[in-house]
Design a protein around this ligand. Structure first.
Ligand code: AMP
Length: 422
């Protein structure tokens, strides 16, 4: 047999049915709570000027230094496939003047993201996220709102083992003192050259180093929560209080930092313990300074991104059935040329009336077509043979009970609309 010449690029995979529908259903479920909360949909290009990410995500982050798909266009522009959604959405909000209207602006979005990472279970080079951002308010209520909406999304998917870890990284009021203390501590450690230089550029990132020996050395590192100003502490306490009021349990994690530089104050991650090392199914935080970094006005904001594929893996880890199983409610089985013509008209009418319906094609015999009807997931099969046509009826079979009844051809459409809507 011939082997196909091309395969999906390393670190990527195709989504084919039924997993294709499952990921679609996961994305829909993740967007449901924010849509019902009035967030507006925003869509940005899959690539942006490279500088946006260098500036927005941070020059020294792994994402920017190692993981971007960057290239120069034929016209000489330096662009990158988007590795994350917040910087592009904020860029779009500023460019379109959304911040000049009523604040806050609440937005949601989704799509493909690209990172040149070392592929492993739950970590891919192409993945999809649903994201939400609230721009233009410092109110801790929106931090809590976003966390609650994400937890509602996981719950809507049937997940019961997603935990939320929260921390505060402090604002510009608290950060310098903490940065100094952390740098002083880190300079006293025996670190490799790369890590030592990170201590000077971005010491917080060192806390995110996953290597066990580094983690061990960090056991006595100063904690950001011990350095919070009164304002930052009050913000953080308010978020935690509102989560408790909403019945959302959380774990305080004073060591939580994330791989993007723009976060201030509230930081959170949604984790699932059934996933091994890639346990984060989503995450986000507040980024009060990002707008100014991008040349905009002060626009304190907060947001999250939830990963669709990892969420699906988490569902599998909990033994939940794949959501969004494809299929139809009605399957037509025409036998013979005239019946095929008739069935083509009927399936079109049913579909136009909103009934999920399919029809056997290619002149299949009864046996093969009934197998296809079973595979389609249909509740009803409609068999139309030459004799039925002559009698002016179709045989409507309930595939669950096995009962079959002849229905006058003129009534089949309304019969099925009624049957499938109950
Ligand atoms: P991040 O922007 O890194 O916080 O990503 C947000 C979420 O997107 C993560 O919690 C993951 O669920 C998902 N995600 C990030 N990177 C990848 C990746 N390489 N492969 C699959 N999912 C990812």
């Amino acid at each position: 047999m011939n082997q196909p010449t091309f395969r999906a690029p390393k670190g990527t995979f195709d989504l084919v049915p039924p997993r294709g529908e499952a990921v679609l259903a996961v994305r829909d479920a993740m967007a449901g709570p924010v849509r019902r909360a009035g967030y507006g949909y925003v869509e940005t290009p899959s690539f942006e000027e490279t500088g946006l990410f260098a500036r927005g995500v941070g020059e020294s982050t792994d994402i920017v230094t190692k993981e971007m798909y960057s290239f120069t266009t034929r016209g000489g522009d330096d662009v990158s496939l988007r590795p994350e959604g917040t910087a592009p959405v904020l860029r779009a909000a500023l460019e379109n003047g959304l911040h000049r209207g009523a604040l806050p602006v609440k937005l949601w979005y989704g799509g493909s993201y690209y990172r040149y990472e070392r592929p492993q279970k739950g970590r891919f080079r192409h993945f999809s996220q649903v994201g939400a951002e609230v721009l233009g308010t410092e109110d801790p209520a929106v931090d809590a709102e976003l966390i609650v909406l994400a937890m509602d999304a996981y719950r809507a998917l049937g997940l019961t083992e997603v935990r939320v870890l929260i921390n505060s990284l402090g604002s510009s009021e608290s950060r310098p003192a903490y940065r100094d203390a952390l740098q002083q501590f880190l300079r006293g450690l025996d670190l490799d050259e790369d890590t030592a230089s990170r201590v000077e550029i971005n010491p917080l990132r060192v806390l995110d180093d996953k290597r066990p020996d580094v983690q061990k050395a960090l056991a006595d590192a100063p904690l950001v929560t011990d350095f919070l100003s009164d304002g930052d502490r009050a913000h953080h306490d308010r978020v935690r209080r509102l989560l408790t009021d909403a019945g959302v349990p959380y774990d305080d994690d004073p060591r939580l930092v994330r791989g993007l530089d723009y976060y201030t104050r509230t930081l959170f991650e949604f984790v699932h313990d059934g996933l091994g090392s890639q346990s984060a199914v989503g995450g986000g935080g507040r980024y009060d300074g990002l707008s100014e970094l991008l040349g905009g006005p002060r626009l304190p904001s907060v947001g999250w991104a939830l990963g669709a594929e990892r969420t699906l893996l988490a569902m599998e880890a909990e033994g939940l059935p794949l959501p969004g199983t494809p299929g139809v409610d009605v399957y037509l089985v025409p036998l013979g040329d005239d019946a095929e013509r008739h069935a083509f008209g009927l399936v079109t009418e049913l579909r136009r009336a909103g009934v999920a319906a399919d029809v056997a094609t290619g002149g299949r015999g009864l046996k093969g077509a009934m197998k296809a009807a079973d595979r389609s997931g249909a509740r009803y099969a409609v068999v139309v043979g030459e004799r039925d046509l002559a009698d002016g009826v179709a045989q409507v079979k309930d595939l669950r009970s096995g009962e079959q009844e002849p229905v006058a051809l003129g009534d089949v459409r309304s019969h099925l609309i009624t049957a499938t809507s109950s």
